[in-house]
Design a protein around this ligand. Structure first.
Ligand code: SAM
Length: 221
């Protein structure tokens, strides 16, 4: 069983995405657990404060170290072998290889920031910092959800056909998936490539590999 935990100020953000489609079925089938931990529960003042202004001045507020670090400690107490991942634009880019690497851990804990981000000292309490891409989201939740989704579909037994994950884009040396077609054979004057209708599987394999390479090289240009 793979254990996921999310440290967040907005646990409700995950309600709908985890209650439909593949994540829902994976949780129901017992492939993983998903627990949301409210960072605000670890605030110690009566206003349950989790943010404060930056030393040195500047706009916005920062996540205070106290409540965040205590929430990380609580997550590690619940799941001692969990791999704690901070979501931050300054982290290493999230990739398919990283998603696969995460599935080999006993579980992951995803730490979501808000405001202008985290007090820098919090970095000392996490195992890894991950970025979803070179753009800025208003919070770590959409990033955590993407990581969760990419990881869940790679967990053994989750996909109906395990082959689909192996054939996905980025799995083999960063190569993209090939183009796919379904019925009808002709749509608004656009025909399905003849080779796919030929029934010749050797030829189809060659065509697919060529197209996948063509696409992958085009994207690199
Ligand atoms: N001031 C920060 C900066 O410029 O790097 C941005 C803070 S952002 C508004 C608030 C939170 O959203 C971050 O602490 C992080 O958790 C999350 N976040 C924003 N963009 C992200 C990205 N590309 N990848 C992962 N997390 C991101």
């Amino acid at each position: 069983m793979f254990h996921t935990q999310v440290l967040t100020l907005f646990p409700e953000f995950f309600d709908s995405p985890l209650s439909c489609s593949i994540p829902k079925r994976a949780i129901e089938a017992g492939h993983l657990t998903a627990e949301m931990i409210q960072i605000r529960d670890f605030a110690t003042d009566k206003h349950r404060t989790v943010d404060d202004s930056p030393y040195g001045g500047g706009p916005g507020m920062l996540m205070k170290p106290g409540p965040v670090v205590d929430s990380i400690r609580a997550a590690r107490e619940k799941q001692p072998d969990t791999h704690v991942v901070m979501l931050t634009p300054s982290g290493m880019p999230f990739t398919q290889a990283k998603a696969l690497e995460f599935t080999k851990k006993p579980g992951i804990t995803l730490l979501c920031g808000r405001y202008e981000g985290f007090d820098e000292r919090i970095c000392d309490y996490v195992d890894e910092e991950i970025s979803l891409g070179d753009y800025v989201l208003s919070g770590g939740e959409p990033a955590a959800l993407s990581v969760l989704d990419a990881v869940i579909r790679l967990l053994p037994g989750v996909l109906g056909s395990p082959e689909s994950a192996v054939l996905d884009s980025f799995t083999e040396d960063g190569i993209l998936d090939w183009p796919h077609y379904t019925r009808p054979v002709e749509f608004e004057g656009k025909a399905v490539p003849k080779v796919l209708l030929s029934g010749n599987h050797a030829k189809i394999d060659v065509w697919r590999k060529e197209k996948a390479l063509e696409r992958s090289n085009k994207r690199k240009d």
